[in-house]
Design a binder for this molecule. Structure first.
Ligand code: ATP
Ligand code: MG
Length: 151
């Protein structure tokens, strides 16, 4: 049972855990616990943590292997399976660009994910399968935010 206490504290099965603060690598607060990555967003309904949950639910069976599985989500948080990978920005640039062009970019287009590039938000599993671990920003969300800014 997971309960969000505030933006940087989660209660998991009766125990309270402190998340990391958002830093250079992350704009969300992150907690890695027991094989699960918990990501807490800011308290902005337009930036709710629904995108990964919704996308995970509509992925085709053959595309699922390219995404870190979502386990649960609540208001402003999402829980995903902890995946071992080499981050794309640690790969040789040429290799990262090739994988990006062949696999990641088509998936981003197919599902409307906009915060992916050849060195961001995906990695390579030990068996060589690319894995997108951050698919939390999607076109419809961005458009909503953009329109809000124009108001
Ligand atoms: N499923 C996962 N398995 C293992 N590590 C993960 C997973 N998801 C995220 N991480 C680690 O946590 C970091 C932050 O995750 P993520 O990119 O989802 O956060 P974010 O706040 O949305 O980032 P940003 O907004 O800066 O792109 C990643 O750089 C990665 O190292
Ligand atoms: Mg990210």
């Amino acid at each position: 049972m997971v309960t969000l206490i505030n933006h940087d504290k989660l209660e998991i099965d009766g125990k309270v855990f402190q998340t990391s603060e958002p830093g250079e690598d992350s704009s969300r607060n992150i907690l890695i616990h027991d094989g699960v990555v918990y990501k807490i967003g800011c308290d902005d309904p337009d930036l709710s943590q629904d995108a990964e949950w919704l996308i995970w639910g509509v992925l085709s069976e053959q595309d699922k292997k390219y995404f870190a599985p979502v386990l649960e989500h609540g208001k402003n948080w999402v829980a995903m399976v902890y995946v071992e990978f080499t981050d794309s920005f640690d790969l040789p640039e040429r290799e990262a660009m090739e994988i990006y062009d062949k696999i990641i970019a088509p998936l981003a287009k197919k599902y409307g994910i906009i915060d992916l590039d050849y060195g961001k938000n995906w990695g390579l599993r030990q068996d060589g399968t690319p894995v997108i671990y951050d698919y939390g920003i999607v076109e419809w969300q961005y458009k909503k935010l953009y329109l809000n800014c124009l108001r």
